[in-house]
Design a protein around this ligand. Structure first.
Ligand code: SAM
Length: 274
């Protein structure tokens, strides 16, 4: 389970350094925008953005949709404060709330979210709730991280546990869904809504980043506020940490540096008319 108070605190504390370290998230936001057809751009549509963070995608949405009314939601006030500085147009309004708790009254042409759904505790319920708030022919478009994200870290973490004889079920962070698992969650949430049939398309992509050191990689996670916010424990013993870093350095360094895999998933769900 994600501890939402801790999550909020982490994003509040690291809002100011987020933009400098969020290269993968920015690439994902650009790819989301590429999914939208250009004949949509000049229309007076309504958009709900979830997890707007410091406003990178919000800004892209403003540029692409000059006539749209945009509502941007984020649970971190620190992130929203920065987004408000970046995006000052009156047609954009901000709500500081947890989307899983928020009662949404309006209906939208587009509900969009970048790199945020991995922080939800009940994806099934939240996807269903969001889909219900789409107008006819509306679209729910989101990106999130998949199960191969940080695969190097996860394998070194279990290897280090084995080496030190630790048998707890701890892990270095939350586990992510595979493309198929997330598809199933969407299908299970939406198929019962028979009166609102849907069309789903999905894609996945691996993005590799290199860091000069493992500590540099850990620092980058911290600086975007994405450190472990799970309620489950994870091992912080110094001897364990040394073992983990040694394994990572030995097994996942090549001529470019220390390798980190990001597994990016994208879902595009349209409410069809029949
Ligand atoms: C990794 S950042 C992505 C920010 C932005 N979408 C981007 O692409 O740069 C995730 C954001 O989602 C927000 N967030 C996480 N869970 C949320 C929730 N349940 N409701 C609203 N916002 C949430 C966090 O506060 C954070 O700003």
């Amino acid at each position: 389970m994600i501890n939402k108070q801790l999550l909020k605190k982490r994003f509040n504390n690291h809002a100011k350094t987020y933009d400098a370290y969020a290269d993968v998230q920015k690439n994902m936001a650009n790819q989301l925008i590429d999914q939208l057809s250009t004949n949509f751009f000049n229309q007076e549509i309504t958009i709900l953005e979830i997890g707007c963070g410091t406003g990178y995608l919000t800004q892209l949405l403003c540029e692409k949709f000059p006539k749209a009314a945009i509502t941007a939601v984020d649970l971190s006030s620190g992130m929203i404060d920065l987004a408000k500085k970046k995006v000052t147009e009156d047609r954009v309004s901000f709500i500081c709330e947890d989307i899983e708790e928020l009662r949404i009254e309006k209906h939208y042409d587009l509900i969009i979210s970048n790199a945020t759904f991995q922080w939800f505790n009940s994806l099934h319920t939240t996807i269903k709730k969001l889909y219900k708030q789409l107008k006819p022919a509306g679209r729910l478009l989101f990106s999130t991280f998949g199960n191969l994200t940080f695969q190097e870290l996860h394998s070194c973490y279990s290897h280090a546990k084995q080496k030190l004889g630790l048998f707890s079920s701890s892990s270095p962070g939350q586990s992510f869904f595979s493309l198929d698992e997330l598809s199933q969650i969407c299908e299970q949430a939406l198929v019962p809504l028979r009166e609102h049939p849907f069309k789903l398309s999905k894609m996945e992509k691996l993005e590799i980043q290199y860091f000069s050191t493992v500590q540099g990689f850990f620092k980058s996670i911290k600086k975007i506020g994405a450190s472990n916010s799970n309620e489950e424990s994870y091992c912080q013993r110094p001897s364990f940490f040394r073992q983990l870093i040694n394994l990572y350095e030995n097994n996942h360094r090549d001529e470019n540096g220390v390798k980190v895999t990001y597994h990016c998933l994208m879902f595009n769900i349209t409410k069809t008319n029949q």
